[in-house]
Design a protein around this ligand. Structure first.
Ligand code: XUL
Length: 557
């Protein structure tokens, strides 16, 4: 039998170009972390004057962008920082990465020339300064393209039809509607653009010194790809903008090699010239890889700037809610995902307002309040929410005399709850919403287990609320960033697939040694008692009724 083990004494480098930072994780050939690094955009590159890595445009409602060049500058900076780790870059066999999903980069006509001749004596910033036809990339937090969404859905025969082809109905942050907005509002700029990358393929392009393909998984987040064919959908392309296919270039599987590393990195940072650049993908697909989510019925919850819920499936069933993407480590499988825009920034907002800006106080409040919060239900949207589609606003309700079954006497409440109840209403609200929507999207109830990741997964009080609400054990992973770890793992997977000359199941790579690697996970909260779980089910039903009426009153249909 051929040997498909990783070469001893080699490293695999993964990045995560996310909203607030650029992170890197290096794995050795036993899949253990040997180095990691981070550049925080607001503090590490303060001259861009971003807040949380973004600009929220005060003059255009919902417009949220990031300076493309900040991502470019961060790349040199993180490589300089990593070189100080004394790790021999010459031993890095493959590089891959994650990008925040959906964000788009517009390369000006003629820029492929600049990209293919990067001079190692100059910085990336100096050389790419004039490479873009748009300097501020629209990102996933943007919600300014509702008009384009409705037009695309209409041209494709309706929201459901678009979802069935591309895996999602049209969403404001998805790349297709964003590109359509550029075409509709700045046709000259669109004309002056030779290539449109998404954040993942953009970073991969710099690494190979050429335009990289868009991988199938991140490509599923564009409203442009036929997820079953894993090819551009002609119908969606035509509904979006003319001449788009040539600006997007090719699609490729996530496990494919995008190219060899460019001479810029060989000469400036001493990478080996044979180092492979494996296709970059989205942060969420890479988290699915990094969390080793291999069993249907497992649920992963990532608690970051956005909160996301993932499941894997062989049998996609896209609908009007949630998303279906190609699974980045299964050539034929899919992953399903729910995304909440109001994640950690909203938890921080409530913490700052009600809990003296302290997580200790926040946790104390969570522990001292009873489950079901005396019937108090809260909806907290600091940013325009994706699921459900609701504008900024905080809404509070009380079910009087709530004992876990009777739902009579619902009252809307204008004023805030007392601070401890406010904290519980936020946390219960976020996870009841996740449970309700995940059940609608096919999650078994209870799920087999939950793997929690992201910043807030370090918070034990939050984890035990999750265990009580979902009624299953919650595991955590001892790693800071599953997206960059997942990218490093995929770098190794891509390296092996390349050696084999085709797809290899990723589980063959780690076989039974998972527990001995940095990919292991530990039990952090035990399933809540089943009586409480069913009371939460009743509470959740009420929450969904209120949510539906809020959407009817304030949201889009
Ligand atoms: C996914 C999404 C966010 C970003 C965050 O659809 O919009 O999770 O990927 O980086």
């Amino acid at each position: 039998m051929a040997d498909f083990s990783l070469p001893q004494d080699s490293y695999f480098l993964g990045f995560d170009s996310s909203t607030q930072s650029l992170k890197a994780t290096i794995l050795d050939s036993n899949l253990n972390i040997v180095a990691s690094e981070l550049v925080h955009f607001d503090s590490g590159l303060p001259h861009y004057k971003t807040k949380d890595g973004v600009y929220r445009d005060p003059s255009e409602s919902g417009r949220i962008v990031s300076p493309t060049l900040m991502w470019v500058e961060a790349l040199d900076l993180i490589l300089e920082k990593l070189s100080k780790s004394k790790l021999d870059f010459g031993k890095i066999a493959a590089v891959s990465g994650s990008g925040q999903q959906h964000g788009s980069v517009y390369w000006k006509n003629g820029s492929s020339q600049i990209l293919s001749s990067l001079d190692p004596k100059k910085s990336l910033l100096d050389q790419l300064e004039s490479a873009f036809s748009i300097n501020e990339s629209p990102i996933w937090m943007d919600s300014s393209t509702t008009v384009q969404c409705r037009e695309i859905e209409k041209a494709c025969g309706g929201a459901m039809e678009l979802a069935q082809v591309t895996g999602s109905r049209a969403y404001e942050r998805f790349t297709g509607p964003q590109i359509k907005k550029v075409f509709d509002t700045q046709p000259e700029v669109y004309k002056n653009t030779e290539r449109i990358s998404i954040v993942s393929s953009f970073m991969a392009s710099i690494f190979i010194g050429d335009y990289a393909a868009i991988d199938h998984s991140d490509g599923s987040g564009m409203n442009l790809m036929d997820i079953k064919e894993r090819a551009w959908s002609k119908l969606a392309l035509e509904a979006t903008a003319p001449g788009l296919e040539s600006k997007l270039g090719k699609l490729a599987p996530a496990y494919a090699v995008a190219g060899n590393i460019a001479p810029y990195f060989v000469e400036r940072y001493h990478f080996n010239k044979n180092c492979l650049v494996v296709q970059w993908s989205g942060d969420n697909p890479n988290s699915v890889a990094g969390l080793t989510l291999n069993v249907p019925g497992d649920l992963a919850i990532s608690l970051g700037t956005s909160d996301t819920v993932f499941m894997i499936t062989k049998d996609p069933n896209p609908g009007l809610e949630g998303h279906v993407f190609a699974n980045p480590v299964d050539a034929e499988g899919y992953m399903t995902m729910l995304v909440y825009k109001n994640g950690s920034l909203t938890r921080e907002d409530v913490r700052n307002h009600c809990a003296e800006k302290s997580w200790d106080v926040f946790n104390k409040f969570l522990q001292q309040t009873p489950p079901l919060n005396g019937g108090r239900l809260g909806f907290y949207y600091k940013d325009h929410e994706i699921l459900p589609p609701l504008p900024v606003g905080y809404h509070r309700y009380v079910i009087e005399n709530f004992s876990g079954d009777s739902l009579d006497g619902l009252k809307e409440q204008e004023e805030e709850f007392d601070p401890p109840s406010e904290v519980r209403a936020l946390i219960e609200g976020q996870f009841l919403s996740m449970r309700a929507h995940a059940e609608r999207f096919g999650m078994p109830s209870p799920p087999k287990r939950i793997i929690a990741t992201g910043g807030a997964s370090a918070n034990e009080s939050i984890l035990s609320s999750i265990a009580s609400i979902f009624g299953c054990d919650v595991y955590t992973v001892q790693r800071p960033d599953s997206a960059s770890l997942g990218a490093a793992l995929r770098a190794a997977h891509g390296w092996l697939c390349n050696k084999k000359g085709g797809f290899l199941p990723i589980s063959d790579m780690y076989m039974d040694k998972l527990e001995k690697t940095s990919l292991s996970c530990k039990l952090s909260a035990n399933a809540g008692d089943q009586e409480l779980v069913s009371k939460y089910a009743t509470f959740m039903k009420k929450r969904i009724e209120i949510e539906n009426s809020l959407v009817q009153k304030l949201g889009r249909c």
